[in-house]
Design a protein around this ligand. Structure first.
Ligand code: NAP
Length: 227
């Protein structure tokens, strides 16, 4: 049985990843900041282990490394992320908020890769998936604004590219996927697609990628997004 580790799994896209991969026969390690308050996650039946992980907490990372020392992790989904204060224009930037956005969207996802690297390397699938955003594409930026969030997802894409080069000798595939504009707390109810549709298409993509895809920036539907 394959094992998948999902960050930010108590709501939104993360919760749907847990549901769909569990239904598809995976053992799911569902990481979230507050397991005791994660009612929707705790109510899902099946092969799911809920574990505490704030991706900005050094002590949580140490606990995760210890708990899962002997686990093989086939797929890591770096899903947890924040959009920040959402100030759009130059002159309104809050730099403390920018630091939080980078800590959560770039440093945290990189740290979890370092912590779980040997568990991923000895698994069958050996796949790292980081949930990026089209807003991180420099070529496709026609709207401006969103300084912290856009820059954080572009940085996450850069991290992914280096991982794909550095980890290829271990047989590890590392990709980034934009989930589309999705109806979640972050995306809002005017977004284009439901969590079910976004995750269904991302799950099919995730199950089909091979080492030949390493380093790529995918849209949820499998198209390639320009850097
Ligand atoms: P969401 O509904 O706001 O959920 C965000 C998740 O991330 C929550 O589970 C949240 O946990 C978790 N999280 C935030 N900070 C964390 C931290 N420090 N440690 C651990 N978990 C943390 O957002 P979503 O729409 O599902 O977004 C999931 C991913 O997709 C994000 O990376 C986002 O940037 C990306 N994305 C979303 C859209 C969209 O339209 N929705 C578009 C492009 C990209 P708490 O409940 O504890 O806060």
């Amino acid at each position: 049985m394959k094992t998948i580790f999902v960050t930010g799994s108590n709501r939104g896209l993360g919760l749907e990843f847990v549901k769909q991969f569990e239904s598809n026969g995976f053992k799911v390690i569902a990481a979230c900041r507050n397991p005791r308050l994660a009612d929707n996650l705790n109510s899902i039946k099946g092969n799911i282990e809920v574990v505490k992980l704030d991706i900005n907490s050094g002590s949580d990372f140490e606990n995760i490394s210890t708990i899962y020392k002997n686990e093989n992790i086939d797929i890591l989904i770096n899903n947890a992320g924040i959009i920040g204060l959402n100030k759009k224009m130059i002159g309104e930037i809050n730099y403390e908020d920018w630091k939080n956005v980078f800590q959560t969207n770039v440093l945290g996802p990189t740290m979890i890769v370092e912590k779980l690297l040997s568990q991923i390397a000895r698994s069958q699938k050996k796949l790292i998936v980081s949930i990026s955003s089209k807003l991180g594409s420099i070529e496709e930026n026609s709207g401006g604004g969103q300084y912290a969030y856009r820059a954080s997802k572009a940085a996450l894409n850069a991290v992914n590219k280096s991982l794909s080069i550095d980890l290829i000798d271990k047989g590890i595939t590392s990709i980034v996927i934009s989930p589309g504009w999705v109806k979640t707390d972050m995306g809002g109810q005017n977004a284009d697609i439901t969590v079910h549709d976004s995750v269904t298409q991302m799950r099919r993509l995730i199950e089909s990628v091979t080492i030949n895809d390493t380093g790529k920036f995918f849209n949820f539907d499998g198209d390639i997004i320009k850097w």
